[in-house]
Ligand binder design. Sequence first.
Ligand SMILES: *[C@@H]1O[C@H](CO)[C@@H](O)[C@H](O)[C@H]1NC(C)=O
Ligand SMILES: *[C@@H]1O[C@H](CO)[C@@H](O)[C@H](O)[C@H]1NC(C)=O
Ligand SMILES: *[C@@H]1O[C@H](CO)[C@@H](O)[C@H](O)[C@H]1NC(C)=O
Ligand SMILES: *[C@@H]1O[C@H](CO)[C@@H](O)[C@H](O)[C@H]1NC(C)=O
Length: 402
Amino acid sequence: MTGFKALCLGLFCVLFAIHIHVPIPSNIEERWKVMALDAIARTCTFMGICFENIGIMKYEDLISMIFRLDYIEPLSDENITVTDTVFADVPVRLYLPKRKSETPRRAVIYLHGGAYFFGSFKQAGFDSLNRRTANKLDAVVVAVDYRLAPQHRSPAQFEDSMAVVKFFFQDEILTKYGVDPTRVCISGDSAGGRLATAVTQQVQNDLEIKHKIKVQALLYPHLQVIDSYLPSLRESENGIVVTRDLAIKLLGLYVSEDKTLPEAMRRNQHMPLESGHLFKFVNWSILLPKKYRKDHVYTEPVFGRTNYSFPALTDVRVSPLLANDSQLQNLPLTYILTCQYDISRDEGLMYVSRLQNVGVQVAHEHIEDGFHGALSYMTRPLYLHLGLRIRDMYISWLDSNL
Ligand SMILES: *[C@@H]1O[C@H](CO)[C@@H](O)[C@H](O)[C@H]1NC(C)=O
Ligand SMILES: *[C@@H]1O[C@H](CO)[C@@H](O)[C@H](O)[C@H]1NC(C)=O
Ligand SMILES: *[C@@H]1O[C@H](CO)[C@@H](O)[C@H](O)[C@H]1NC(C)=O
Ligand SMILES: *[C@@H]1O[C@H](CO)[C@@H](O)[C@H](O)[C@H]1NC(C)=O
């Protein structure tokens, strides 16, 4: 076993040395940190795929193991009581301000990123984000651990998140935690942003849900799986930490075990014949501001090449960008943060356009030197400044608008 560990370490060092030479854009701040992070991510991905091919362990199990190194226990401090509990059978971490409040408090429900395969509210970055949100806003924060893929595929993540929202929106629960039902926000980053988007659409359009969401905050959200030739995906062949290839591998694995699906997705040939009508909702040649279209040429996907019958491919809960205009009309004030060097950049940008087109108020902030997932790297050992910037932009917007 020692020999095996030494071999792994040796392999890691060699791969790291190779990957540290991948160029990154010139305007990225803290260059060396980001290059090291990117090289580690590429090395881990490479090793994960090797281990899977040799039969040692599955790719996603290795990456989950690495994520778990970053988990921390609930720790209360002088201002906030932090506890892990369950809402409607779903694990949540609750942040409750200690000081007395004369009036009911604001509340934030947070859905973490991690491609639906990885991560938890226990990650140091998310724990620190949620604690700070509770502190700065004097708000109740509920962080949700929905079930993860591949053991649980769609719609498990959506169902768990909905279950938490419905549980929290019960009058006796709101009263118990001293929450003002007219001042509740749903937030999420990356895949969690996708969930927050889908849950908000559902809550606002469901007449049986009495209380509504006041604002949604979507941080570099990932919003669709049907078009894999968006400019931001094309530009991320060599993306920082998350490349197009990796994103498609995970999306494919999320939708199905079928090994031919990611290959079809890479060629944009994964959608069935009868899905053509959905592409107007993600037509970047219309919905994307000119600046981001650059000189990319719009190409229609090839339909019906494979005739997959995976319902997730056309499910609005998986691709909330596919909601029609009448469903978008009822959405609340929305905060969307996008990053320039990000596979899901154009999805966020197109959602901004689609919401504005139906008259929904949107506050959009774009980070020219930003890349995907930075909130996860703002704590030890990287203390990435970009993550702290995103955290502060998000919290200060919430403070003024929730
Ligand atoms: C608790 O709140 C006070 C006042 O807002 C602040 O100065 C202090 O840093 C907070 N403590 C922690 C651990 O965040
Ligand atoms: C997308 O927009 C272009 C115009 O820019 C149009 O030619 C094309 O038919 C549209 N495709 C879909 C699927 O809406
Ligand atoms: C997919 O289905 C359509 C219509 O049902 C059919 O015309 C087409 O040949 C099928 N393609 C494949 C690859 O099976
Ligand atoms: C929009 O989508 C909803 C839910 O799928 C559907 O009930 C409604 O008929 C659609 N509206 C339009 C105008 O297509």
